[in-house]
Design a protein around this ligand. Structure first.
Ligand code: SDX
Length: 438
């Protein structure tokens, strides 16, 4: 539950309907955001609100992440994304999101030990991978494997959500990375590589992905640092689509594993986490079909057809440059030059696309800027991670945020099962017609 509550209602909003007027309290968050509390609206007035996509509707109070979309601010538990990216590794940010504070040395050590202890998956789960068809998308495998974890670790279901969640969260944080690497190895027909207790979280992931009996792979510290940064940039983003799915599935009393499995499926969509894969496919198509010229893609993006949108651009909340995209662009450029890919044509196309779009009135009028997905795929591609694994990388990064929100929802006494209303516009009552008279 949010440790903080909105300040007591200072002012009210008057709603006049017919001959009556009702007053609803205006709540103010710790960063000055305001919301009108309409929790008694229907019983008072018989009215509900209608807000497709919940553009204007808050589902909860939360003290995990704050975003100011107009000023391009992102903070986790009060710490700016810039500070966290500069000073932390991914697991520290995961600890902060889930447990509400940055770990001291002793807490850090025990968290890291727990991560190591729970990094393997049950040997019987290996067979699951063997029965997937060759072209199975890793997000499908990831979602199925996560929900299957509850069959191998049934004690999770009984765990009291009010207990310190080190074990539950740690088990999932650690195993998701292993499941992701195993699904990659399966897709290329190579033997699984097990996690090592001598490696850090990101080193372990890279090693499980790229080492093999015939490839004596040593994770490059620059790549390890870049991976930590990209996972930090994806760690949480308040009530985005997939996090809202995790919260609403959890609100039904479903287990953490079932809720995260649902969140993975929501993230898979090309308008959400699947955009990082769609960005690279778009850039590679420009290189292949338009000889690197970006004008056609920009012209098509302005046709207002969701299928031809400029992937990696635009955001529901940010109406200025996504602060994560700024960091991702810097890290991506540094990484590619470190890897001797300074003149990568895909990066050059991305930078030209960004420059031309930002100078175009269509994008300016709609406040469309690069979002977190625009540059991350270019860096993952340079690391050797295959395109269909990019959204898996997003899921690994977002997992601590999903866990934190699932726990917050579970612990909030004011939360109930999520169940929006609707306005019915279908046929009114009509007599039944037997089949032979239709
Ligand atoms: C993520 O919510 C989060 O926090 C998500 C996320 C997270 O960390 O969890 O930040 C991760 O999902 C980032 C977004 C990744 N998706 C993409 O990059 C796909 C491309 N972007 C869009 O589809 C779009 O911008 C959305 C889905 C991200 C946001 O869409 P909205 O808020 O519903 O905006 P909209 O569809 O109402 O668009 C407003 C206008 C429309 O034009 P008009 O009808 O006003 O003329 O902007 C246009 C849209 O057509 N528009 C675009 C566009 N995005 C919006 N036009 C061209 N290209 C685009 N990318």
């Amino acid at each position: 539950m949010s440790a903080h509550r909105p300040s007591p209602p200072a002012d009210k909003v008057a709603l006049t309907y017919g001959k009556r007027t009702w007053r609803y309290p205006v709540l103010t968050g710790s960063e000055g955001e305001k919301a009108v509390d309409i929790s008694t609206l229907r019983q008072d007035t018989g009215l509900i609100t209608l807000d497709p996509g919940y553009v204007n509707t808050g589902a909860c109070t939360s003290d995990i992440t704050f975003i100011d979309g107009e000023r391009g601010i992102l903070r986790h538990r009060g710490y700016s994304i810039e500070d966290l990216a500069e000073h932390c590794v991914f697991l520290e940010v995961a600890y902060l999101l889930i447990l509400g504070k940055l770990p001291n040395r002793q807490e850090w050590q025990s968290f890291s030990d727990l991560m190591n202890r729970h990094s393997m998956i049950h040997e019987d789960m290996r067979d699951f991978f063997l029965n997937y068809p060759e072209g199975a998308h890793p997000m499908a495998v990831l979602s199925a494997m996560v929900v299957s974890l509850s069959s191998f670790y049934p004690e999770i279901e009984q765990e009291d959500p009010n207990e310190p969640i080190d074990i539950t969260a740690t088990r999932l944080l650690s195993k998701l990375r292993t499941i992701a690497a195993f699904s990659y190895k399966k897709s290329i027909g190579e033997p699984f590589v097990y996690p090592s207790c001598r490696m850090s979280y990101c080193e372990n992931f890279l090693n499980m992905m790229f080492s093999s009996p015939v490839n004596d792979y040593t994770p490059d510290p620059v790549v390890v640092r870049a991976l930590n940064l990209f996972l930090i940039l994806h760690a949480d983003h308040e009530q985005n689509c997939s996090t809202s799915v995790v919260r609403i599935v959890g609100s039904a009393g479903s287990s953490l594993y079932a809720s995260i499995s649902a969140g993975i499926c929501a993230l898979w969509g090309p308008l959400h986490g699947g955009a990082n894969q769609a960005v690279i496919e778009m850039l590679e198509r420009i290189l292949r079909e338009d000889r690197g010229k970006v004008d056609k893609v920009i012209a098509r993006a302005k046709q207002r057809d969701a299928r031809t949108r400029l992937m990696g651009f635009g955001h529901r909340i940010y109406k200025t440059y996504d602060p994560r995209a700024k960091i991702a662009k810097e890290v991506c450029t540094r990484l590619l030059s470190r890897l001797g890919m300074r003149n990568d044509p895909i990066l050059e196309i991305a930078m030209e696309l960004e420059e031309k779009a930002l100078a175009d009135s269509y994008f300016q009028e709609r406040h469309l800027y690069p979002n977190v997905d625009f540059y991350t795929g270019i860096a993952y591609r340079a690391m050797g991670i295959p395109t269909n694994m990019f959204t898996v990388m997003f899921a690994i990064g977002r997992l601590p945020g999903w866990i934190a929100h699932w726990m917050e929802n579970r612990r909030d006494p004011r939360q109930k099962i999520g169940r929006p209303r609707q306005i019915y516009v279908g046929p009114t009552a009509r007599p039944f017609i037997p089949m032979d008279q239709r």
